[in-house]
Design a protein around this ligand. Structure first.
Ligand code: ADP
Length: 402
């Protein structure tokens, strides 16, 4: 029996879950937000109760201390020695690690050296790692990368048709993200279907604030929709997804902006928000369509639906067919409307058929929503990145006899 911490450190936040392994139950979870401010927030959920405090938190080191002190003061652990491992979600490792790794000096150097590929996340992830290493010396720390699962993509899928020297000099290629989620739900889908993942062709559709798809053939990613950065692919809450790259220079000229300023608009002012002018949240868009028949809210949703279908169709052909389509993350798990609209568009060409009642009932839970006649099974699998992080910590700790 082990207590394992799964950590997701952002630039101003630190999310954590303490899990009991191998039981795979969550003991406590929480988040420190607005790190660096006098009025930072600390929310903790323990034994069904949620508590929130506002307090000053200077930096990530202090956030880690507050979390660990709280575990002790609430009697959740008697001493910090009960925590046998810590797993960190890390955005980027370039093309270095195809699997999670035990953190040592070399791993820290790699995470640091690819910070230009994930400037918002990698430095924050590193601060989180260092803060936990200091607070829990001698405890095994594992890095679980968002990019690792996609490293099996063939060269033709990961290379851009740009001057090859950009790849050689700067690592310009497609990496893909949400790898932890795609890995988790594709393996859970295989378990659900009762077949080895090595015998399946699965299309995973992760629709949260960030959105991406992956084509997982025989357990290995052969293509994914995000690229060098998480801007490529589907339109998302505030991100444009793929566009004609010439738009960047065109708008920079028209509006007197730098390329980086235009890219910021593609990251933060586009997608659902940019088209609808209302919100980046799918629920707000659905409400506007229902209550006001809001044309642009509907358009934002339909542009995304069309692109989801474009990718599914492309992955279907690329893998020579598909056994399952798996929906996950906020929208994928809790928007039967999106699932129905997407599957409806796949019906004629791919013979996908869903059971409308089952689709509505499968809300935030695991289940199959396709009919027995459907040519491809359609599943909903709630993602659980923290659980996969904790499983990786346990698996890698075993390799060290811990
Ligand atoms: P993140 O990528 O930040 O982890 P989530 O996976 O939580 O995000 O997904 C957030 C998205 O899920 C938001 O667009 C939100 O509107 C959407 N979502 C959550 N619940 C529902 C729901 N009941 N119906 C439609 N969309 C939902």
């Amino acid at each position: 029996m082990k207590k394992v911490m799964a950590v997701n450190a952002g630039s101003s936040s630190l999310k954590f879950q303490l899990l009991l392994m191998p039981e795979e139950t969550v003991i406590v979870e929480g988040i420190v937000e607005r790190i660096g401010f006098e009025d930072a927030g600390f929310t903790i959920k323990y034994q069904g109760q949620k508590e929130k405090k506002v307090l000053p938190v200077a930096d990530h080191g202090e956030a880690v201390k507050i979390v660990l002190d709280t575990l002790i003061s609430k009697g959740i652990v008697k001493s910090l020695e009960e925590i046998s491992g810590v797993g960190h979600r890390v955005l980027h490792c370039g093309d270095r690690y195809a699997d999670s790794v035990i953190i040592d000096d070399e791993v820290i150097d790699v995470i640091d050296s690819v910070s230009d590929l994930g400037p918002l996340h990698n430095p924050a992830n590193l601060i989180g790692i260092k803060a936990f290493m200091k607070a829990l010396p001698g405890v095994i720390e594992v890095a679980v990368f968002d990019t690792s699962f996609h490293l099996t993509m063939p060269e033709e899928a990961y290379m851009y048709a740009v001057p090859y020297s950009w790849y050689e000099k700067y690592g310009v290629r497609r990496y893909g993200f949400h790898g932890t989620s795609h890995r988790y739900v594709s393996h859970e889908a295989a378990r659900f279907l009762g077949k080895p993942i090595e015998d399946l062709r699965i299309i995973t559709v992760h629709l949260g604030n960030g959105c991406s798809l992956a084509a997982v053939k025989n357990g290995k990613v052969v293509d994914t929709s995000m690229g060098l950065t998480p801007l490529e692919g589907l339109p998302m809450g505030t991100r444009s997804g793929s566009i004609d790259p010439a738009i960047i220079g065109f708008i920079a000229d028209k509006e007197g902006l730098t390329a980086q300023e235009v890219i910021n608009k593609l990251n933060y002012e586009s997608g659902y928000l940019g088209i609808s002018g209302i919100s980046s949240d799918a629920r707000d868009l659905r409400k506007a369509v229902e209550e006001e028949n809001h044309h642009l809210a509907n358009l934002a949703i339909q542009i995304q639906n069309k692109r989801i279908v474009d990718y599914i169709a492309s992955y279907y052909v690329y893998m020579g067919g598909a056994d399952a389509i798996v929906f996950t993350a906020g929208i994928g798990e809790r928007s039967p409307e999106t699932r129905e609209e997407v599957c409806e568009r796949l019906k004629e060409a791919l013979g996908v058929e869903i059971d409308k009642q089952k689709n509505i009932e499968t809300w935030g839970i695991e289940g199959e929503i396709s009919t027995p006649n459907s040519k491809i099974k359609v599943l909903v699998i709630p993602t659980n990145e923290e659980l996969l992080i904790a499983r990786d910590v346990v698996r890698l700790a075993k390799t060290q006899g811990k």
